[in-house]
Ligand binder design. Structure first.
Ligand code: BG6
Length: 472
């Protein structure tokens, strides 16, 4: 019996993949010469959960990669932990860390899986973090050196991404205090970090191309279409402001190499009401402009849209990091307030389930950024409290199959309407450690019993195998 739903067939040559991130799967933090990341002490101080053992991918990657291959996965997003390769951020590399990644990439190749490798996935090394993380421009030099080392060392890799989700890092670090250093409503730092990451990306792309390295390189942006609730001029303006913060700031820097006049005006308005500012040095936009055409692809992580209305009161945030439905609040003075759309279902973490949003954001990127290269959906998936069946040998996650199937359907419609989308990576390959939520928010095609590290097949893995088999 077929498990296929709306989508019956994937296009010829379509890349079917799954995604992971080093700190969320490897475990073994601090082992074999690895340095600390920005997370280690922060998580201890919060006292809710720890990043070990995560999915113990550090030891169990052969099993996970075999399972991935057996279930149709042809491409795997993996990130390199900077702190495992350079324990002191700069200086000498750690040979054990370097060897681990060579072995990991070799295992992928052995199973016919193409590794798509991210250099920075929300996990700055502690040395970089303690001197200001992305706010300190000296760290851009360190990132360029680390990237250059990776390009020269890991010649078996030909698909690279520089930075995963600059917006998420900046927003969770400085606006809603979920990521270290846990600042609240510090829009100055959030814009500065995004600007500096865009510059870091531009420099690394240039180094990659000038070094004559083989393969492709790009950046990954998390994009969320923003819709006004209640079609009033104020609410439409609120949506435009929030869209400028969430999407346009970084897309403009990536694909125009500067902010357009309209984005600039909207960002200035946000800075005005939030008493924020950030600095741009002479030549920054020149460097960014020079990098626009050097991007070989764009990764888009899409989970959900945001519905907003105008808001003039004081800032207030409560992030739902527990899965207690209906506990999210985000109100930003003079910008917007998040509101629930009664017609759109939500997860236990209050994330909107809205496949149309993927279609809309793809069309928006395509229409507004003519210089964009080929697009890959580098993350999309459903976080839920999956449970094992009574026998403990299967997880029936039909809701996840529905979620992925509907988003894939939206992606294919955007393709039919002319958007060049060439692949899709399910977040995530296996259940993983989640930055804000710990271990009860599961996304994997494979279930992990975090006590024993036993892997259990979910129905979505069987569906993945079937949908992958439709690609010529
Ligand atoms: C993306 C990140 O933002 O969303 C992942 O790239 C993350 O690292 C994923 O895990 C899901 O977010 P969360 O908070 O539900 O784990």
């Amino acid at each position: 019996m077929t498990l296929l739903k709306r989508v019956k067939r994937l296009p010829e040559g379509f890349v079917w993949g799954a995604a992971t991130a080093a700190y969320q799967v490897e475990g073994s933090t601090g082992k074999d010469g690895m340095g600390k990341t920005m997370w280690d002490d922060f998580l201890v101080s919060k006292g809710r959960f720890l990043p070990d053992p995560a999915s113990d991918f550090y030891h169990r990657y052969p099993e996970d990669i075999r399972l991935a291959a057996e279930h149709g996965i042809k491409a795997l997003r993996i990130s390199i932990s900077w702190a495992r390769v350079f324990p002191n951020t700069d200086g000498d590399p750690n040979p054990v860390g370097v060897k681990y990644y060579h072995e990991l990439f070799a295992e992928c190749r052995k199973h016919g899986i193409e590794p798509y490798v991210t250099l920075h996935h929300l996990d700055s090394p502690i040395g970089m973090f303690s001197r200001g993380d992305w706010l300190n421009r000296a760290n851009i030099d360190s990132f360029v050196n680390y990237a250059q080392f990776c390009f020269e060392e890991f010649t078996e890799v030909s698909q690279w991404f520089t930075i995963n989700e600059p917006i998420s890092l900046a927003f969770f670090q400085y606006v809603v205090a979920e990521f270290p250093p846990a600042d609240l409503f510090n829009f100055s730092s959030s814009f500065q970090a995004m600007h500096n990451m865009a510059l870091a990306h531009a420099r690394v792309v240039k180094v990659f191309k000038e070094g004559g390295h083989q393969g492709r390189i790009g950046v990954i942006h998390a994009l969320k279409p923003v819709y006004p609730i209640g079609d009033t001029p104020d609410n439409r303006h609120a949506a435009e402001l929030w869209d400028a913060y969430l999407n346009r700031f970084l897309l403009d820097l990536t694909f125009f190499g500067k902010l357009t006049d309209r984005t600039s005006a909207l960002i200035e308005e946000i800075c005005g009401v939030q008493e924020a500012s950030f600095s741009v040095e002479d030549g920054d936009y020149d460097e960014m402009q020079a990098a626009v055409g050097l991007n070989d692809y764009l990764g888009i992580n899409y989970y959900q849209p945001q519905f907003v209305q105008a808001y003039a009161g004081e800032n207030r945030s409560k992030y739902n990091a527990t899965g207690e439905k209906g506990t999210t609040t985000l109100r930003m003075k003079g910008i917007a307030e998040l509101v629930k759309n009664p017609d759109v279902p939500t997860t236990d973490w209050d994330w909107n389930i809205y496949p149309q949003g993927l279609y809309d954001i793809l069309r928006q990127v395509d229409a507004n950024y003519p210089a964009h290269p080929a697009i890959y959906i580098t993350e999309n998936g459903l976080g839920s409290k999956d449970a094992l069946n009574a026998a403990g040998d299967f997880v029936d996650d039909d809701d996840r199959i529905d979620f992925i199937d509907q988003h894939l359907d939206a992606l294919l419609k955007a393709r039919e309407d002319g958007v060049d989308v060439r692949g899709y990576f399910v977040w995530s390959l296996q259940d993983q450690f989640s930055w804000s939520n710990g271990y009860n928010k599961r996304y994997g095609l494979f279930y992990i019993d975090f006590e024993t590290q036993r892997r259990v097949i979910k129905k979505s893995a069987l569906w993945s195998k079937e949908i992958a088999s439709t690609i010529d």
